[in-house]
Write a protein that binds this ligand. Sequence first.
Ligand code: SDX
Length: 429
Amino acid sequence: MSNTIAIVDSRNGKQADLPIVSGALGDPAIDIAKLNKELGLFTYDPGFVSTCSTKSAITFIDGDQGVLLYRGYPIDQLAQHSSFLEVAYLLIHGDLPGPAQKTEFEHHVTHHTMIHEGLKLFMNGFHYNAHPMAMMVGIAGSLAAFYHDSLDPEDPQHRMITAIRLIAKMPTLAAACYKHSVGQPYVYPKNNLDYCSRFLDMMFGVPAEPYEVNPIAAKALDLLFILHADHEQNASTSTVRLVGSTGANPIACIAAGIAALWGPAHGGANEAVLKMLNEIGDKSNVARAVERAKDKNDNFRLMGFGHRVYKNFDPRAKIIREMCHKVLNELGIHDPLLDVAMALEEVALKDDYFVERKLYPNVDFYSGIIYKALKIPVEMFTVMFAIARTAGWIAHWLEQNAAGDVKIGRPRQIYVGPKSRDYVPLAQR
Ligand code: SDX
């Protein structure tokens, strides 16, 4: 059986035999690189619904089965047994670290958590009520103005030190954005704490009294970071890869990824979900919300529902939903919004509109309820997503640059504008 597919242009009978490319798992793809040359045709796929942009060994998603693998390891096993930094190592290096490798990686991350003091001047310039994501896009990108000694994408040592710096400094930047927004002094990172405890200490510690991190909160956060660490070629990761394909430095690529994540159709959905649940307010309003989500004349959508790839339950949503009950019980919290979310899920999953379109809760549907229980403000929810996704973004950037043969990403278009026409002098217009 040949490993090609014949594309025949029925307008003129011309045929192109194009190679079929298969990976280790998932659907094969048609390599269309020669299509335009052989048939004078482009492919057209707004939103890249059926288009592969690259080959990658990092994450595999089976949308129909609701499967998510990081370097082959199922997300539920990593959620149960691993830690965020161990997962970050796995995504970057391709294998789980041995004891010495794990200790070394954690040591490097721990000892790169501080930021240049000059960045505090930058932070202080932001308007007092700036959205934390607006600050994060700016402040993350400005790291390139302080750490320009190791930005060469061609240099393997530069690539790795910048990867470590970004994973290490994102929580410090995020906590600083929060402190700026509440007018409290920044809290320096403490090396004696683990990654998530250190972040919570920087977020909620104050000079006036000692702050004791709740280990339940730190563990819940670590699990949320594992679940948000990577997700194949999603919009923000594709952005990081596209910006990286121009040879831009890794910090600029991550800043672009943060900007892309901010949108409510992507990482901004977790903030939008909590606002939606608050707007619904009570289980008695759930049926009305579901009806509004189905009404094409109403731009209301069930935020946290639906996914481009998952046409089954997002495995991360399942884990987070179970976590909600566990964490809220352990923290002794009853949040009526969880009841609203559960009721919304129950009604939607029985409704033909959602069933026909295979719309299920995604990673963002329940995560905000846990962030709220950890006293993370809703405006910081997407910042939390960015901290975790930095591991995936940098893993994809490293994979693309390590390959060496990076082709600049430059899609074509179908032009629908005016045909060529002559200039009209002003007096004749
Ligand atoms: C993330 O790509 C990733 O991997 C992303 C992510 C990651 O980890 O990086 O998983 C993180 O971004 C999760 C998604 C978070 N976004 C939301 O929760 C926002 C709400 N959901 C959507 O807007 C939507 O479902 C998307 C953007 C997630 C997916 O959109 P698609 O694949 O382009 O699907 P579509 O908009 O074409 O919808 C298909 C149909 C449409 O109806 P019809 O035109 O067929 O009648 O389903 C409807 C849509 O109107 N639909 C919804 C809906 N989502 C889709 N209707 C109501 N509520 C919704 N949430």
